[in-house]
Design a protein around this ligand. Structure first.
Ligand SMILES: *[C@@H]1O[C@H](CO)[C@@H](O)[C@H](O)[C@H]1NC(C)=O
Ligand SMILES: *[C@@H]1O[C@H](CO)[C@@H](O)[C@H](O)[C@H]1NC(C)=O
Length: 244
């Protein structure tokens, strides 16, 4: 009897402990839980007080074709350092951020169980990224899939010719939203609005407040979600009881 009660309590606590304001997604390199890292490498260092990335991941994020994803930024000629710095920052944000909870979804992909969808980016970050990359070349608008991986790193598939960046991405919006298959949502919000996530910041992570804003705004669905989880826990406990 007590065994079942403990199982039941365990399931309920498990369901409720998912802290959407401070969590790591279940993906390829993320830690199980966010926590401090003594120091993180260069552009990832702003996250060191509370991060989902390890020091190793933060260093690898700065390397071409790093072991993280073998991703080749230079698939249509060498990418400029200015442009690349935004991709490094984007990688740091993706790997290190502990405040992406409201936008984490299940992913139907072989290499990760969860992904982010429609994270609202600050206008300045999306614009400066596009401005610094607009003279580059690329062959695809969605960099998540459709590459030729035969050589071990991604190369343009035969039917995709290298083109001017601005032909593939005419606007900052098209780039931010399409490049990682809707991981990001373009917004008109400015950094000081508290309504958009910042890829670039220096001191205290400003994104926790933003996640809080979106969680509270959706508090009705959030409550429903918790109730749903409790119901699920109760149901599984009941079926366990029947089995035992
Ligand atoms: C990170 O870890 C991988 C796998 O253990 C290793 O191959 C790589 O050299 C490490 N990178 C750094 C920068 O320490
Ligand atoms: C962070 O600090 C650097 C160096 O002081 C500065 O150039 C940069 O603009 C700052 N970035 C942000 C987002 O505040």
């Amino acid at each position: 009897m007590w065994g079942r009660v403990i199982v039941l309590l365990g399931l309920i606590c498990g369901a409720l402990s998912l802290d959407k304001l401070n969590m790591c997604m279940d993906a390829k390199h993320h830690k199980g839980k966010p926590g401090p890292e003594g120091e993180l490498y260069k552009q990832c260092n702003p996250w060191h007080e509370n991060a989902c990335c390890t020091a190793n991941t933060s260093a690898e994020a700065h390397d071409d074709n790093s072991y993280l994803y073998n991703f080749n930024w230079n698939h249509c000629g060498t990418m400029s350092d200015r442009c690349k710095s935004h991709f490094i920052q984007d990688t740091c944000f993706y790997e290190c951020s502990p405040h992406l909870g409201p936008w984490i979804q299940e992913a139907d992909e072989s290499w990760r169980k969860e992904r982010i969808l429609d994270v609202p980016l600050c206008k300045e970050d999306c614009h400066s990224w596009w401005e610094d990359c607009k003279n580059e070349h690329t062959c695809k608008n969605n960099w998540h899939s459709g590459w030729d991986w035969a050589s071990g790193i991604n190369q343009c598939p035969q039917d995709a010719k290298c083109q001017k960046w601005t032909d593939i991405y005419p606007t900052p919006r098209s780039m931010c939203e399409q490049i990682w298959s809707k991981s990001y949502l373009y917004t008109e919000h400015a950094k000081d609005s508290g309504k958009c996530m910042q890829l670039w910041f220096n001191q205290t992570n400003p994104n926790r407040k933003v996640a809080e804003y979106y969680l509270n705004r959706g508090s009705v669905t959030h409550t429903h979600h918790s109730l749903y989880l409790v119901t699920l826990a109760l149901l599984s406990a009941t079926s366990l009881t029947v089995l035992v």
